[in-house]
Design a protein. Structure first.
Length: 284
């Protein structure tokens, strides 16, 4: 059973508590109307326990929430805890943190990504992903490397589904010039980015060396946003051995402001595409 990341469970609980407050009910009154013990409502609202989509529907009925979009969003977020995603087949090679990341990515409507070292996973070619995985985790067997590459490529379907994820990526120029896998692999990867930058659901910008130092040099990060409400946004910050999930509103605001400043210092879309082409010609 795939679990909802703890950070999302807390945010879902906060949203349900906000809706209860708007309804004018106490947690005890809500529990009584739902036919539950008060402790169940408290555990859900504090994120101490998971919640089924069916339970969310009961609470929304109690709170008088009729908005279909809100109901579908919150029920879907809860349902991720019990639905078996495609990544379940790779559970033997995927750490819990990575499964959490994929869960967020799959449910998001938009991702804003700052990358200072490597091409974002959603835009990697198979050859680039294979070379990168082998370099970063040299102790893996070839079969494990291939499994992780398969996961990386499967993740990219979110960009091509009927309602695709909107990806806004800012890449430090170093990402384009770091020869992961050698010249041939890099030339193929850069050509792939040239095509990706033309996709309507992808907004790609390059932050050139000429921009000098910037906030993105500290860590790469992704801001996931979800349909209809910003209250469920989550920031994922990369570390060497794990990822940090950030959900405090003030922290999300800080990362959002940082991303906007980084975008403002980056090249516009067309100039970014031209730089990618120039560097690809240098490598080819």
């Amino acid at each position: 059973m795939e679990r909802v990341p703890a950070v999302r469970r807390r945010r879902l609980g906060e949203e349900l508590r906000r809706l209860r407050d708007l309804s004018g009910l106490t947690s005890g009154e809500a529990a009584q109307l739902a036919g539950w013990h008060q402790s169940k409502v408290s555990r859900i609202e504090t994120g101490r326990s998971g919640v089924r989509a069916e339970d969310v529907a009961v609470l929304l009925d109690v709170y008088g929430v009729r908005d279909r979009d809100v109901r579908e969003l919150l029920s879907t977020l809860a349902g991720h805890g019990y639905q078996r995603g495609w990544w379940h087949d790779f559970r033997d090679v995927l750490p819990v943190e990575y499964r959490d990341f994929i869960t967020l990515e799959t449910g998001a409507s938009r991702a804003r990504s700052m990358e200072n070292s490597v091409v974002p996973g959603l835009l990697q070619t198979r050859s680039y992903a294979r070379a990168l995985t082998s370099d970063v985790m040299p102790g893996l067997a070839q079969s494990e490397v291939e499994a992780l590459v398969d996961v990386r490529i499967a993740r990219q379907t979110v960009l091509h589904q009927p309602e695709p994820l909107e990806l806004w990526a800012v890449l430090d120029e170093a990402v384009l010039r770091r020869a992961v896998g050698g010249r041939e692999v890099m030339a193929e990867q850069l050509a792939h980015l040239e095509r990706a930058v033309r996709l309507p659901q992808v907004h790609l910008q390059v932050l050139p060396f000429s921009a000098g130092g910037h906030q993105g040099l500290t860590n790469s990060f992704v801001i996931f946003s979800f349909p209809d409400t910003a209250d469920l946004d989550v920031v994922v910050v990369d570390h060497l051995t794990s990822s940090l999930y950030v959900d405090r509103k003030e922290d999300i605001t800080a990362y959002t402001d940082a991303f906007i400043r980084l975008s403002d210092r980056s090249l516009p879309r067309e100039e970014s595409a031209a730089m990618i082409t120039d560097i690809r010609k240098e490598v080819s």
